[in-house]
Design a binder for this molecule. Structure first.
Ligand code: GUN
Ligand code: ZN
Length: 434
């Protein structure tokens, strides 16, 4: 088996930082190294000890760059690549005017295949090695997605949308066809290679009560799968949901009523939640996904990261791009906008905490921290190498940077795909294209 050593400044997290100076939450090696063998990290530590252990391994020297676990995006929509940057609408109008017409194109397997390939390549270019993605309603879009991920050996999570009402012709399934197609896709893809399936009732507005029941059946039948949907993103969306499910106490209760809360359940947005709803998410171990660029772009509101994380009953959170409601594929750009959303609420997110969120934090939200999100021995070798001097502006600013925290913040504020020097997926260098 071939052995490779990556040498550089390594940074990985062991715990959620409790503050800006919590040096025990991470491990940083100025002259660090990873030994990669068989697509996994066999050893990590300082270069001298890793190379002593590795014998005749090939050495790839990334100094002075930073070597991090591959970044993780916890919520996105791959069929929206060609409507990112669509002007001037709030959520429901944006869905009806841009999103739904676009997603109809994914009935064509050739189109789905082309866009799925472009999607994976964009993720890699931006340093993201795992994403949780909504496909369109068409099962062929999920096939295209998982085929593109498998061709690149990426650990990707996704599923076809279940949506049987309030959507145009060509973009609806039925409770029965949604069940049959989802079950067939799970049997075909879930845990095949690195793929994971997410049962995907798009949101309560586009599923009839019968289809919500079907989602419940699927979640009960396949407890190893994820469940993803949207929750409390926009005021008009919340009002319409209450009209459609008048017997439920609130929006969260709709999902609770159909047994969809749980530790593998990911709820996009969660901006406008009552205390009761936050309690319900907390008690069930559900995850609220913070999508800052999308929430700003669609004018949806400010996700209250500190309230959810620091309340007596904390809610698990993750961070995500939500492309194409979100405006950038880069998790660095996403973190930067997240910092600003939090600042608008009078709080601060220290850089080390932000980098924890994009790596180990998101891996924990997906219960995948034994595979991804760290540089620990035994992890899959999904790795992102960042160059803090990637642009003239970054290079100039680096002249005055003195600490790791300052450097991470510079990368967050000024960095994007240009700062991604290399990406490894299962131990293979892929930024140059596969
Ligand atoms: N709610 C239901 N579908 C979507 C979607 O595609 N994007 C966003 N931002 N919210 C949604
Ligand atoms: Zn979404």
């Amino acid at each position: 088996m071939s052995k490779t050593i990556l040498r550089g400044r390594t940074l990985t997290f062991v715990e959620k930082p409790t503050g800006a100076d919590d040096t025990s939450s991470y491990r940083y090696e100025e002259d660090g190294a990873l030994l990669i063998e068989g697509g996994r990290i066999a050893t990590s530590g300082d270069f001298a000890s890793v190379s002593a252990e590795a014998g005749d391994a090939e050495i790839i020297d990334h100094r002075p760059h930073l070597i991090l676990p591959g970044l993780i995006d916890a919520h996105a929509h791959f069929p929206q690549m060609q409507i990112i940057a669509s002007y001037g609408a709030e959520l429901l109008e944006w869905l009806n005017s841009y999103t739904f017409p676009e997603e109809r194109k994914f009935a064509d397997p050739d189109h789905a295949t082309r866009i799925a390939g472009r999607y994976m390549d964009e993720l890699i270019r931006h340093g993201t090695t795992t994403a949780v993605t909504y496909c369109s309603v068409h099962p062929q879009s999920a096939d295209a997605y998982f085929e593109a991920a498998a061709a690149r050996d990426m650990l990707m999570i996704g599923g076809k949308c279940l949506m049987d009402r309030n959507a145009p012709d060509g973009l609806r399934d039925t409770p029965q066809s949604g069940y049959d197609d989802t079950k067939a896709l799970i049997e075909k893809w879930h845990r095949k290679g690195r793929a994971h399936y997410a049962i995907t009732p798009r949101f309560a507005i586009t599923s009839t009560p019968q289809q919500m029941e079907i989602s419940q059946v699927l979640v009960a039948e396949f407890p190893g799968c994820f469940m993803q949907t949207h929750l409390a993103e926009n005021h008009a969306e919340i009002e319409l949901t209450k009209q459609l499910f008048p017997d439920c106490a609130d929006y969260t209760d709709v999902y609770a009523h159909y047994g969809l809360l749980g530790e593998r359940s990911l709820f996009g947005h969660c901006i406008h939640l009552s205390d009761r709803e936050a309690d319900a998410l907390s008690e069930s171990g559900s995850v609220a996904v913070f999508c800052p660029t999308s929430n700003l772009f669609l004018g949806s509101g400010l996700f209250n990261f500190h309230r959810l994380n620091e309340r007596e009953k904390p809610v698990r959170t993750a961070i995500a791009t939500d492309t194409g409601g979100g405006t950038n594929y880069s998790m660095l750009r996403t973190l930067d906008e997240g910092y600003k959303v939090i600042a608008l609420q009078g709080k601060k997110l220290p850089p080390i905490h932000g980098y924890y969120e994009m790596t180990l934090g998101n891996a924990r939200a997906l219960s995948l921290e034994d595979r991804i999100g760290t540089l620990d021995a035994g992890s899959d070798a999904d790795i992102t190498v960042l160059n803090s001097r990637a642009t003239p502006i970054m290079d100039l600013r680096m002249e005055t940077i003195e600490t790791l925290a300052e450097e991470l913040f510079l990368l967050q504020v000024l960095g994007d795909d240009r700062a991604v020097a290399e990406v490894y997926v299962a131990g293979v260098a892929v930024k140059g294209g596969v």
